[in-house]
Design a protein around this ligand. Structure first.
Ligand SMILES: [Zn+2]
Length: 197
């Protein structure tokens, strides 16, 4: 189900949240207004402010996405997704399309915390559960990766993230939503994307 957190007490870091502002470009004011309406960020003398090293409620951030979906639309959700890799923290070992798609789930957990603990520790490789996953399945002997995304973020947003990560290493990469599989837009738990190049 889109927009509904799997667990309470989950937070997302400020630099990831900033992707919303980054994606809305010349509509920054609207981004500020939407984020403020869900209690993310604050107004100061310098205008709207998100603390890049701060942490914000995932439930609130999902509410902001719900508003973007309702008031603006899928294209903007996808656009926010495309800005995630430039703003969120990604592991350093990303060097080709396989590691790029594989890294999304790691990055996802590195940019969220649960009860104050960051959900992936690169030193121990330990991952905490509670926010779902971004799948990686390589099809043998084909330039194809299947990514099943079981998480509370919107369909189009994930499409944007995966597309950007794929194209970073394979310019001709194409990412499609597998319409033959279940879809979060219909209340299901996951969406599946097919990456080819
Ligand atoms: Zn879907």
């Amino acid at each position: 189900m889109q927009f509904k957190a799997f667990e309470p007490d989950i937070e997302v870091n400020g630099q990831t949240v900033y992707s919303v502002v980054d994606a809305l470009g010349s509509f920054k004011k609207l981004a500020h207004e939407i984020l403020l309406s869900v209690g993310i960020g604050s107004m100061s003398d310098n205008g709207y402010e998100i603390k890049m090293d701060g942490w914000y409620s995932q439930e609130s951030w999902l509410k902001a996405f719900e508003r973007v979906a309702k008031d603006i639309g899928d294209l903007t959700l996808k656009q926010i997704g495309t800005r995630i890799p430039a703003n969120a923290i990604f592991p350093a070992w990303v060097k080709n399309i396989d590691s790029a798609i594989k890294s999304i789930d790691i990055a996802y957990h590195m940019n969220h915390r649960k009860k104050g603990v960051i959900m992936f520790d690169p030193n121990t490789g330990k991952m905490l559960e509670g926010i779902g996953h971004y799948g990686y399945e390589r099809i043998t002997n084909e330039n194809m990766i299947i990514s099943k995304c079981e998480n509370p973020y919107p369909d189009a947003f994930d499409h944007g993230i995966i597309t950007t990560m794929a194209k970073r290493f394979e310019l001709r990469a194409n990412v499609i939503h597998d319409d033959s599989k279940e879809c979060r837009k219909n209340g299901a738990e996951s969406c599946t994307y097919i990456v080819t190049w």
